[in-house]
Design a protein around this ligand. Structure first.
Ligand SMILES: Cc1cc2nc3c(=O)[nH]c(=O)nc-3n(C[C@H](O)[C@H](O)[C@H](O)COP(=O)(O)OP(=O)(O)OC[C@H]3O[C@@H](n4cnc5c(N)ncnc54)[C@H](O)[C@@H]3O)c2cc1C
Ligand SMILES: *[C@@H]1O[C@H](CO)[C@@H](O)[C@H](O)[C@H]1NC(C)=O
Ligand SMILES: *[C@@H]1O[C@H](CO)[C@@H](O)[C@H](O)[C@H]1NC(C)=O
Length: 477
């Protein structure tokens, strides 16, 4: 935005040539030519909605805050006419380093499309493209239903779905992509269409794993399940361990028999001010569990002897509350995700040493290492070829997240994250390096994120988006 003002000044001073006016032209053309085509309730802003990480964040010239699917289509057509880039934003958590707007083009803020509604039998939910996970869970809870979502309130419900969609209920429901029945999609030509198993099935396959490369979803119909209050509860919370227990905790997670109702996360995280000493934290989760069944399911963790135990029965609309701090917008958070097959205590000790060395730097205390372990039986009962999401075979996902304000830390932050990733990769038991696209850094080879789906995705891409308008997110070329 600063550059935009600078462009304006230079334009007025007559210093730049016509073809350099892009930013200024975009801003004034959007206001003069696009605004009349937009629906009531839509509006234009110059300030981007805040993002989870400011590190290499998208840098548009202007933001169109849409209020209907027609606004999305009209904005795409307008951008095509102007030959300028555009990018959709839902939750604004995408941390990839693949954005290349360079103060040009339009950010299409989907926040205004945040309706979540349920069918009379509660077996289907229609989720607007602006709905956050918090919005979706509250609507489901009020309706007396459960919907597969991710585990952080601030994340875009569909933003997470379009890359795969891991979450607390996936042991029972499968991945987010497995729950999509149909989508309304604005494609590269600015046309709106319904995409489902029977209507444009190729696009349906492609968008469930690589959605951001093929269109803008304006809403999706997904499966939901009617549920009584008791069926909307879980045993969950935090168990905190002293660092000497790390190897035991890692081994316990490796050995856990994860039933479909269960999942567990492991974090390296600050214990909070003033000491900010790093601790080992786990969050066991047992759907419909109580103190007896929860402690039994995770007995191997409780036996290690946590110094803090907040586990309790929590209602559906509070499952994610413990993670709200992780949702904090900004500052810089370059992140390195990786799929791994086995939890190896010695590897995790090496990552701990890298983590604590970085995390003790003043201003980097918020840095986090994260490991997610889900029951995959349900997800693996669904065919690999049903959707482009390629990682059903991966057992665990880990992420190293450097969290700091001062760009002077960038070099050390990237060194920490990529070194942690190297440790995980080098002994992970996978034949090739694999990363869930929504956890990837952006520096990976496309095969690492798209896996065996890449070739078919390229073919479909040439047909559906021949001009490669959707090129900002792990660009399929
Ligand atoms: C705090 C935190 C918690 C997380 N928890 C989980 C979790 O529990 N499970 C999980 O699977 N992942 C999780 N993730 C990863 C998350 O799935 C990705 O960050 C995802 O990209 C976020 O989507 P968003 O809508 O919030 O972000 P955005 O940055 O708005 O979107 C990410 C990308 O998707 C595109 N996009 C968004 N909406 C649409 C749409 N409607 N149509 C087309 N393209 C679209 C955007 O253009 C962008 O390229 C988490 C991330 C963070 C930061
Ligand atoms: C989630 O939504 C509820 C209900 O609208 C609201 O009270 C709460 O503050 C929200 N939480 C977050 C983290 O946004
Ligand atoms: C996987 O990643 C590791 C470490 O980052 C690298 O050394 C190795 O060459 C990669 N393997 C493949 C098959 O690309």
């Amino acid at each position: 935005m600063r550059i935009l003002r600078w462009f304006l000044a230079l334009t007025l001073a007559g210093i730049l040539k016509a073809e350099d006016f892009t930013s200024q032209q975009v801003a004034s053309k959007v206001q003069s030519d696009l605004t009349p085509k937009l629906s009531k309730g839509s509006f234009i802003t110059f300030k981007e909605p805040p993002r989870w990480s400011t590190f290499k964040a998208p840098d548009p010239a202007i933001v169109v805050n849409v209020k209907s699917e027609f606004d999305v289509a009209a904005t795409i057509m307008f951008c095509n006419l102007m030959k300028i880039p555009f990018l959709a934003q839902n939750g604004g958590n995408g941390w990839a380093t693949t954005f290349t707007m360079n103060n040009n083009g339009v950010l299409i803020n989907l926040a205004g499309l945040n309706q979540v509604t349920f069918s009379a039998d509660k077996k289907q939910a229609t989720i607007g493209a602006g709905a956050l996970i918090n919005t979706t869970i509250h609507a489901a809870n009020n309706a007396g239903a459960l919907v597969a979502t991710g585990n952080c309130n601030c994340v875009g419900t569909l933003g997470a779905y379009l890359g795969g969609g891991y979450g607390n209920l996936m042991g029972l429901f499968g991945f987010g992509v497995d729950n999509i029945i149909s989508m309304r999609v604005a494609t590269a030509d600015g046309k709106l269409q319904t995409v489902s198993a029977s209507s444009n099935p190729e696009l349906f396959w492609a968008m469930r794993g690589a959605g951001p490369n093929f269109g803008i979803v304006t809403s999706a119909v997904v499966k939901s399940k009617p549920a009584t209050p008791n069926e909307r509860s879980a045993w969950t919370g935090a168990l905190i361990f002293t660092p000497d227990k790390l190897e035991q905790v890692v081994q316990a997670i490796q050995d856990l028999d994860l039933k479909p109702e269960m999942n567990v996360f492991l974090y390296f995280i600050s214990s909070g001010p003033p000491s900010n000493d790093p601790v080992v934290l786990t969050t066991p989760f047992l759907y419909m569990g109580d103190a007896t069944s929860g402690r039994a399911a995770f007995a191997s963790l409780y036996e290690i002897g946590p110094i803090v135990d907040t586990t309790a029965v929590l209602p559906y609309d509070q499952w994610n509350t413990g993670g709200d701090g992780f949702c904090t917008r900004g500052p810089r958070k370059p992140s390195f995700g990786v799929g791994i097959q086995n939890m190896i205590p010695g590897d995790w000790r090496k990552v701990w040493d890298l983590y604590t060395a970085f995390q003790k730097k003043p201003g980097a205390e918020g840095s986090v290492v994260l490991l997610e372990a889900y029951s995959l039986t349900k997800a693996r009962s669904i065919s690999d070829s049903s959707a482009s999401f390629p990682h059903r075979g991966v057992n665990f996902n880990a992420v190293a997240i450097a969290w700091y304000e001062d760009p002077a830390y960038d070099g050390e932050a990237l060194a920490f994250g990529s070194a942690a990733r190297d440790i995980w990769r080098n002994s992970d038991g996978l034949a090739e390096n694999r990363t869930y696209i929504n956890f990837a850094n952006g520096d990976e080879d496309l095969l690492v994120v798209y896996g065996s789906s890449l070739a078919r995705l390229r073919t479909i891409k040439k047909r559906v988006d021949p001009g490669n308008k959707f090129n900002q997110w792990f660009n399929i070329v």
